[in-house]
Design a binder for this molecule. Structure first.
Ligand SMILES: Cc1cc2nc3c(=O)[nH]c(=O)nc-3n(C[C@H](O)[C@H](O)[C@H](O)COP(=O)(O)O)c2cc1C
Length: 146
């Protein structure tokens, strides 16, 4: 089992609708390929974690890098793993544009800031920590912008 992480710049300013379209398409496809993972989006960046068998992860990544909806794709890690972190998720979506101002400030303080956005880290352990933080924020009743 392998886990691949990359980040990229979005071609458009992102909103949840665009991310949702990608997720809707990915769910069935990923399920068929035995792929699980997370797609994290800010207004201008994507960050994706893809878990599955070596061949399937490679193949999907090659498809994704050719997608015109993003560019400047940077591979962060491609590791052999013992078990999945996102079992049960064909592709879990997380939107940074949905956090409230307090939460955004908290994340910026922890992970840094880039062009007014929470900076996406370049180390895989920091990325997994950011995903975990966002997961917990989403679980709170007031996580969405009011
Ligand atoms: C940031 C980003 C992440 C994506 N993630 C996935 C994914 O996890 N699974 C998937 O099947 N397609 C994903 N896609 C879409 C693929 O790039 C591609 O459009 C799709 O797999 C083509 O499917 P089709 O051959 O059925 O039309 C992603 C696209 C973008 C821009």
């Amino acid at each position: 089992m392998y886990r691949l992480i990359y980040k990229s710049e979005s071609a458009n300013t992102l909103d949840w609708e665009q991310v949702r379209n990608i997720l809707l398409h990915s769910e069935k496809n990923n399920e068929d390929l035995g792929i699980t993972g997370t797609l994290l989006a800010s207004e201008h960046h994507f960050l994706q974690v893809i878990e599955g068998k070596f061949e399937q992860v490679n193949k999907l990544f090659m498809t994704i890098v050719q997608d015109k909806r993003h560019h400047n794709i940077q591979l962060i890690s491609f590791d052999l793993i013992d078990s999945r972190l996102f079992a049960g998720w064909g592709m879990k979506g997380l939107g940074l544009f949905d956090v409230n101002a307090d939460q955004a400030a908290q994340l910026k303080q922890k992970y840094g800031e880039q062009s007014g956005e929470v900076k996406f880290p370049l180390e895989s352990w920091q990325i997994l920590s950011l995903i975990n933080d966002l997961d917990m924020m989403q679980a709170l009743p007031d996580w969405k912008n009011q």
